[in-house]
Design a protein around this ligand. Structure first.
Ligand code: COA
Length: 256
């Protein structure tokens, strides 16, 4: 349970809405747990045919809560729950639809690579600045992002911290449609209702055939080992301190 994730269901569609707009919907461990539990129970709940992710306010999510990352970088800090959440997304058999009303950072962008229909706003900015945080790509994105948008674009996203606009996301095949911000969630809901009327067995089988889940999960496992090492690195600690102190990080003192 988390007060910052709203879960509801109607007409065969489970909605998982990130609701921490004052922090740009940055995802805390409690939020990951709530979203993961809802997503997993949807897989066995016969009344649910489609899962929809959305967000309150003008951002989809600012990615992992950096306070939680900072905590995880300490010897006795709680392990980030992002991995378990993404694992549930990667294993999900029922279709996933996402409504992105604006900024989407980190896991907010990489989870789109596991989603089946994506609607983005015309002011959306998708980024995955893992290297800026001295981390590495997660959620299978080291495999899925280059495959989707090409190696050099993916590298500029991860390493330069460049972002992708809503229009570009559609052109690059990350999203289906770009819409004015207030039309994004209604469009996603309409698509969810359409999918909910389709033969569910066929949808599940189609999704399974279209995704090489085992290869994706194996890459996620490899990423997760490196990510955990990076989280505890001096470079990452500097990046998290810099965010908390509202200054630019200085990586010049570390040599690899
Ligand atoms: N973790 C924790 N808090 C976050 C956060 C995050 N990932 N992203 C934003 N916030 C908080 C800010 O600290 C601020 O809190 P405050 O009002 O108490 O000071 C609030 O959310 C609003 O953010 P702000 O930075 O003022 O908004 P902005 O519109 O100027 O910028 C972002 C939005 C998302 C570009 C910017 O907040 C950012 O870069 N966040 C970090 C993103 C990131 O690196 N995520 C991890 C990816 S793996």
């Amino acid at each position: 349970m988390s007060e910052h994730v709203k879960i509801s269901s109607q007409n065969g569609v489970l909605e998982i809405i990130f609701a921490r707009p004052e922090k740009k919907n940055a995802l805390t461990n409690a939020m990951y747990r709530a979203a993961k539990d809802a997503l997993e129970s949807a897989q066995t709940d016969k009344s649910i045919r489609v899962v929809l992710f959305g967000a309150e306010g003008g951002a989809f999510t600012a990615g992992n809560d950096l306070g939680d990352f900072s905590n995880a970088s300490k010897p006795d800090g709680e392990k980030p729950q992002a991995g378990a959440f993404i694992n549930a997304i990667a294993r999900a058999e029922k279709p996933i639809i996402v409504a992105v009303p604006g900024i989407s950072v980190g896991v907010g962008t990489t989870m789109l690579l596991h989603s089946d229909l994506v609607y983005v706003s015309d002011n959306a900015k998708l980024s995955a600045p893992f290297v800026n945080l001295a981390l590495v790509p997660e959620a299978g994105s080291s495999l899925l992002m280059p495959a989707r948008i090409g190696y050099t674009r993916a590298f500029s996203l991860f390493a330069l911290g460049e972002s992708i606009t809503g229009q570009e996301a559609v052109a690059l095949g990350i999203a289906n449609k770009v819409l004015p911000q207030d039309e994004v969630l209604p469009a996603a809901r309409a698509a969810a209702q359409t999918l909910a009327k389709k033969p569910s067995g066929s949808l599940v089988a189609t999704k399974k055939l279209m995704r090489d889940a085992e290869t994706i999960l194996a890459r996620m496992q490899a990423e997760s080992t490196v990510f955990a090492e990076r989280l505890k690195s001096d470079e990452a600690r500097e990046a998290f301190s810099a965010f908390a102190e509202r200054r630019q990080p200085d990586f010049s003192k570390f040599n690899s």
